[in-house]
Every structure is written in C-alpha cells, then in structure tokens.
Design a protein. Structure first.
Length: 673
C-alpha cells in the first residue's frame, strides 16, 4: 500500500452534526436489583455455586473479566419462583476462556480450561422476591477461535436446565486452615461503592512467609507498580486495594520445572496453583476449587459485588501467569508487574494484544480500541491523535518512536491491521507503560466505571430560598487531580468561582427562581477522543419573594445554518421540574460524521438522577436531506418534531424530558489551498 500523508482528500466535504437527545424517563441502573452469580463448569455440566443479591453502589456494575474474555455467550436470564412462574427476565453476558502470560518468543494467548469458574453480575428480580432457580438461555455466542469446543457439554446444553438457587453447593476446604486468615485494606481512597476495588490473594505463602513479611513485601512491590505505570497512576488515588492473607501448607506452586525435567512432588497450597497448565510451561493458573476459594474470600472479606478484580499472587520466582476474572501472576523479579498490568489491560479495559505472532483460527475483526483496519485518517479510531504530516501507514522505524500513527501488525496478524504506536505494554511485556491510545482507554474506562463525585450537597435538582448569611452548594469530587469546575447562575458564568463548592448569598439571587449550575469536567491532556464532564443543577430564589417557583422554565433555541441563505431555527421550552437531575456526558469526537446519542438513566438515590450518555455514529446526510424535515412546510424545523421524526418517537409519549443540543459545522479542506 502506498504511503500517504495524513491530510483529507481534495474536495472532501465533512458534515459535523452533533445531536444530544436525553430521555429522563427510563429505569436507572440503581433502580434495579443486581445479583452476583457464580458458576462452575466441567466437560459435563454447569453448576450454580452462588446467587447473592448485591448491595447498592454508585459505581457501574461490571462482571469481572468480561471486557477481556476470549469468548462471550449472550443469554437471556429467566428467574423462576417456587411455583414455576417467571419472576423476571433480564440479560446476561457470560465470559468464557482465559488468557496466557506471553513471552518474547511465544504469544499463544487464549485457552478454554476443561473446568473453571465464571462470575457474572446481572439484574435480577426485585428485592423481597424469592427466586427458586435461574435459567440461562443463549441468544448469541461470540466464539473467538472456537474457544467453546464441542466437548464442552456444559455450554452446549446451556438453557436446557434450571440452576437451583435454594440448595447451593459450596466448595469444601482441603487445606489445614479453615480459610482466609484476614483482609487488610492496604490502600483506602474512599468508599468502595464508588471506587475500582482490586483484591490481592496469595498462594504458596506459609505461616512463616506471612509472619516474616515476605508476602507483605511482594504485595507492596505490586502495589507500587500501579503508582508508577503511566495509566494506573492517573487514577491510583481513586482505587482501593485489599490484601487477603491466606496460609498454605507449603511454599510455591505445582510443576515448578523446566522443559524435559521430571515433575516434582505436588505442593500443598491453598489455591492449588500450578505451572504447565494444559501443557504450557508459563501457564500458571489455579483450578476450580482454588478459584472458587479466591472468589469466596473476596466476597466474605470485601463484599459481594464490591470487588472488581482479583489478583492471585503466587510465591514463586518462575515466570508465569494467566488472566481473566482472576489474574494469576508469579513474583518473577523481571516480569510479575508487567504480567499483571498487561492482563488488566485485557480484563479491565478490553485492549487487544498488539503482537503479530500468528494465532490460527483467531477470528478477524478490530473491535478493541487499540487496533484498526483503516489507514484513511478520518476513519481511524484514534485520528484526533495523529499529526497532519504523519505518513499513513506509518513506517515502523526508530525515527517514529513516540509518534501516533497507524503501524502495521497487531492482533496476531502481520499485515492488514494497525496499532497506534511502535511499542506498548500490549505489544512488549518489557515495556513498562502503555501507548497514548491505550493510556487514554484506561482513563476513559475508569471514568465510565465510577461517578465523578462522591457526594452532592444539597441534592441536585432541589430548590431553595436563600436567607442570610447564605447557603453553600457543591460536590465532593473523586480524590483525583485534574478536575475543573464552572459555576453559572441564571445563565451567567461566575468567572471567579472555580472550586467545587460555592456560597450563594441573598444578594446573588432575585425574586424569580434562577438556575444554579455546576459543570464538573476532567480536561486531561491524556484524553482527546471524549469530553468527560458532569452537570449538576439547583434552583435558588430570594427568600423575600412572595411566591416560590420550584419549577422554573427555560427556553432553549438551537440554530443551525445550512448556507448563508438558509437558516433553520428550532425552539422548544422544556419544563425544569423539581426532579433532582445531574447529567454525565462522554462526547465521542473520534469520527467526523453525524452522530446520534442514546441515553440510559440511572437513579442513585430518590433525589439524584444520573444520565450516562454514549454515542453511536451514523452516516452523514447531504444538505438536501435536512430539507425533508421541514415538517411544518414553512422553512423551519421544530427540534421536538425533528427528533421525534428521526427516532420514531410517538408524540403522545409521557414523562419524557428532552434536552437538545444541535450544532452543525461545515469544513471544506482542499490540498494546496
């Protein structure tokens, strides 16, 4: 393929149409009751081991390891009561398969154990109802490289059996100790309900190793690696870490040997870890009993659904590890931290491997944020990071170290697929850091996983009469550096107000209710593809006013221009009710095409509604297409009518609040002009 500069083709016309459509009537995530379901499987059957209701949390509910799973089975979860009647039907995604710690010479990366454990967190029946069983009915399977094989009878028959909740099995203890000794919160940055929570568990550490501080030292070294990694250091101050102390009878792990060496006697450890799993030397993994014990320890000592990731640390210097809902790593001096953080790049962020060693049978595709088939600048996922003079494809030469472009070779292919930079921790384990695109993906995933604020005082959306000496408004942000705050009152920005809290006095307000708005944003130099911000609104009024208007109205008149002679204006007047609202917006900027926003609403409390916005890309329409929406026949387009027409929304729909933000921009770019 011929190189070309990162410039637009001559006479290429881009239409930028940004449409923000917020529907505040759907059920929020925190209106749902979430359950943690733990399943074990072997070649014959799938067994339900745990079905526990999760407590309320402000952070996003996520199934551990789902993003980086080699395979995903999408299911319909049917909850059945004692009478055999259907209590509820929800959706579930079952992650299957595990990943292998790679070496510089061997990048075999995924495998399906003959037996294992699966953790899923899904909506379930309302609190107070008692399900007797759950049935998981497959609706679609995404099989990577045939990860679910025909000999896995448990998955072939998925949906044909009811998994009984009433008589759950629990894996028995086989070690001399009854179970986990204790858990220590080694880093506490705030409430676990709004933090990414990682739990370390140790295997092959004896009572002597625990008392001498060997285990504590190993965990401290791993913990420090998060603080020094370029991605995790950004949100390290918003991440909680636990250390679970577990006593094993013997040190190490099974099969600590080299190729061709005889197998040593088995080692009696609590989590039953072993090298040479499935015949691969570096594949250090636990068995079903050991993984269940790790999950039980995290549930019992940290909380069901509270933990987000388990890292099993094995007391061995031999190189090895694996990834999934439980990441396993040895304490190899040169690679332990890299294995752990690389595997978290898969399980936490959903990144692709960027090396080119062939993986026969691996399906084609570029769904991950750090790989792309395209080399045409506007279509590359990370195009906002690419300089205009960068060659595309980008030559893989030392002169391009540090350059963001499109480097050929990634995702187990040498040709036809591209990565953002020459090197990255997702390509080379010896690299301590992620490239700029993978770094950005970490930050965005973290910000999507938690709320930007821990508290809002008073509740957003509330209305207040201001009396002397005044009233304080504000938020308690995440303990992460880089947040900015913009306050406005009655539509006027308060230039001097740049902190997360603000006092409003009687002299600031009028007899009429005004909107007090705070926009919390995170304008990081490490993030270009999305805008991270959250908006809070209150209503304030002079206490001396004769009447109180807790539901002020506001007129919003968006205007977009088609040409110097054609202007379409839409006017709509939404009513601001006293329903507390706050809006979090992640604005996707990576594709210069028309975009439409789909919204789901989450309620965190009776007084706070949080709207999470994600963006899907649609093809841009020519100028003439907009004329089709002259629904009134008078050269004007009403915003409400237009959006209802575009999204096929019935005008009779009730309890819907719409917020519109139209902007239309034309860019004509021609080479040599």
């Amino acid at each position: 393929m011929q190189n070309r500069k990162a410039a637009y083709d001559p006479h290429y016309l881009f239409l930028f149409l940004s449409l923000s459509f917020v529907v505040c009537a759907s059920v929020g995530a925190e209106d749902l009751d979430y359950w943690q379901i733990v399943l074990t499987y072997d070649s014959e059957e799938l067994t339900l081991m745990e079905a526990s209701e999760m407590g309320p949390m402000r952070k996003k509910v996520r199934s551990p390891g789902l993003l980086g799973a080699p395979g995903v089975i999408e299911c319909r979860a049917e909850w059945i009561d004692e009478s055999g009647d259907l209590l509820a039907t929800t959706e579930a995604q079952i992650p299957v398969g595990r990943r292998v710690a790679e070496t510089s010479s061997d990048h075999s990366t995924e495998f399906m154990p003959q037996a294992g454990v699966i953790v899923i967190r899904i909506p379930g029946p309302a609190h107070g109802t008692t399900p007797r069983s759950i049935r998981l009915v497959p609706t679609q399977a995404k099989k990577f490289g045939g990860i679910v094989r025909e000999d896995h009878k448990a998955f072939r028959e998925l949906g044909s059996q009811d998994l009984l909740i009433e008589n759950l099995k629990r894996v028995g203890q086989t070690s001399k100790v009854e179970g986990p000794i204790s858990a220590t919160k080694v880093r506490d940055t705030g409430d676990d309900g709004n933090r990414f929570v990682l739990v370390f568990v140790g295997d092959g550490y004896t009572a002597g190793n625990l008392s001498s501080g060997d285990y504590d030292t190993d965990i401290s070294n791993l913990l420090n690696s998060f603080e020094t990694n370029n991605s995790w250091s950004v949100f390290f101050d918003g991440t909680n870490f636990y250390r679970v102390d577990v006593e094993s009878n013997e040190e190490g792990a099974d099969e600590e040997r080299g190729p061709g060496e005889p197998s040593p006697p088995p080692v009696d450890t609590y989590f039953n870890t072993s090298f040479w799993t499935q015949g691969l030397e570096r594949l250090l993994d636990s068995d079903t009993v050991g993984e269940m014990r790790a999950i039980m320890a995290a549930d019992d000592l940290v909380g069901v659904g509270v933990w987000d990731q388990i890292v099993m640390v094995v007391n061995s210097d031999k190189y090895g590890g694996s990834g999934g809902d439980v990441v396993v790593t040895s304490v190899n001096p040169g690679a332990a931290t890299a294995i752990m953080i690389h595997e978290l790049g898969h399980s936490f962020v959903g990144l692709a491997d960027e090396y080119t060693s062939p993986y026969p049978g691996y399906p084609p595709g570029d769904p991950e944020p750090n790989v792309d088939f395209d080399t045409f600048l506007p279509m590359i996922k990370w195009h906002v990071w690419i300089g205009r003079d960068t060659d595309l494809p980008t030559p893989d030469i030392p002169a391009n170290d540090g350059v963001v472009g499109a480097f050929e070779g990634a995702r187990y292919l040498e040709n036809g697929i591209y990565r953002p930079m020459r090197d990255c921790l997702m390509r080379t384990v010896s690299n301590p850091n992620f490239c700029k695109i993978c770094n950005e993906a970490h930050i965005l995933e973290y910000m999507r996983s938690v709320e930007l604020t821990d508290n809002v005082i008073p509740p957003a959306g509330s209305a207040h009469k201001i009396e002397p000496p005044g009233m304080n408004f504000g938020v308690v942000p995440l303990p992460i550096e880089g947040f900015e705050y913009e306050w406005s009152l009655g539509g006027q920005v308060l230039e001097e107000a740049v902190k997360p809290e603000l006092q409003i006095t009687q002299g600031d307000v009028t007899p009429d209710a005004q909107e007090l708005k705070l926009v919390v944003s995170y304008p990081s130099p490490h993030v270009r593809q999305e805008v991270i911000e959250k908006t809070f609104v209150w209503y304030v009024q002079d206490s001396g006013a004769d009447t109180f208007t807790p539901t002020p109205t506001r007129t919003h008149t968006p205007t977009f221009t088609l040409s110097p002679t054609q202007t379409f204006t839409s006017t709509e007047t939404p009513t601001m009710t006293d329903t507390p609202t706050s809006t979090m917006v992640f604005t996707d900027t990576h594709t210069p095409t028309a975009t439409a926003t789909e919204t789901s609403t989450q309620t965190s409390s009776p007084t706070l509604t949080e709207t999470l916005t994600t963006t899907e890309t649609a093809s841009p329409s020519p100028t003439e297409r907009l004329l089709e929406y002259d629904l009134n026949g008078d050269n004007t387009v009403n915003a409400v009518d237009l959006v209802m027409h575009l999204f096929n929304i019935e005008s009779e729909t009730s309890e819907v609040e719409t917020v519109f933000d139209f902007s239309l921009d034309w860019q004509h770019e021609r080479q040599g002009q």
